[in-house]
Write a protein that binds this ligand. Sequence first.
Ligand SMILES: *Cc1c(COP(=O)(O)O)cnc(C)c1O
Length: 402
Amino acid sequence: MTGKQVIEIGRKRLMPTYAQFPLVLVKGEGVRVWDPEGRSYLDFVGGIAVNAVGHCHPRVVAAVKEQAGKLLHCSNLYWFPQPVKLAQELASLSGLDRAFFCNSGAEANEAAIKLVRKYAWNRGQENPEIIAFTNSFHGRTLGALAATGQEKFWKGFEPLPGGFHHLPFNGVEALKKAVDSRTAAILVEPVQGEGGIHVATPEFMETLAELREKHGLLLVFDEVQCGLGRTGKMFAFEHYGVRPDVLILAKALGGGLPIGAVLAREEVAAVFQPGSHGSTFGGNPVACEAAFAVLKVLQEQGLVEKAARIGNYFKKRLEELQQRFGLIKEVRGLGLMLGMELDRPGKELVTLCQQRGLLVNCTAEKVIRFLPPLVVTEREVDEAVAILEDALEEFASEQPGT
Ligand SMILES: *Cc1c(COP(=O)(O)O)cnc(C)c1O
């Protein structure tokens, strides 16, 4: 199939759930991807935080190839080593005792929702409620949608499951007032991704810990996007010194293969018993081997520290651009999870960058989001900033100030 055919037939045969740019990608390596004509792009979208160790990391590719030839799938009716090995590694990294594996971020959120409801039910809490936040994103399945604090995602799909209550992100007073005997859990992204790169304040995270202490509720952190080195710590919660009771991971975990995980401390994990929950593909041996390789690469190549260091450098470079271009309202984020908020919609700027060989993404309409692979170098950041600067010049002249 030629690139042209991919777009033509794709537009007819795939459900139109994505607003794709007319760009076909056929190959990736490190921080770069290629179209069918051999043109390369610097990838600062990184599969929306999936390609943390870069495209086709040789160690991940080797792990997948090797496992694919041994055992592609095994039913959870039996034991097999790969999810056990991965759970062990995740426990030692996170300090949380047990893992449940599934296939995506939304599914991991669903599992976490079921887990905290069961925990509440066992404690005799009637009509348990989960507090979540405005601008959050937890996935597209019905439960995860109900948890998501953005109307645009759930409009038209009602009725959604009940039992969720949304409060302003970083709103300490409203949160203190809202917690009562019905509250089973608080579900939060320590750094909101889809919502436009909003970082939780230390005060907000400390309040969460205090409320847990006072009410015995559970803290559930959705680190599907901000976890696994992205923010310059292995887990975003380490910036605050507040360990969750339940941690949700996906995206970067599989290095490109679909896998999600819910981690929990012993007492919470124990409410799931045989029959409580499950997934045919959960813990898939190939996905687990890929994930194990990702965790090893993150640690052995020092990518977490690198994300902190290169992230700081990148942020400084973006702040320099902010000095030059009045249309940039704010630069924010942690590590290599950065957002640049504009005073106007950013879609056209994304296209201008793409034409110049840089892939970036725009979220929450006006926020240019940067999630490059953590293997990105200073030189590649400079290259991206030069392209961005050039694109901003055209963008600013095309759409002069508001
Ligand atoms: C992407 C994302 C999800 C959903 O993950 P899927 O794999 O697309 O289902 C959930 N939570 C957060 C924070 C995300 O960024």
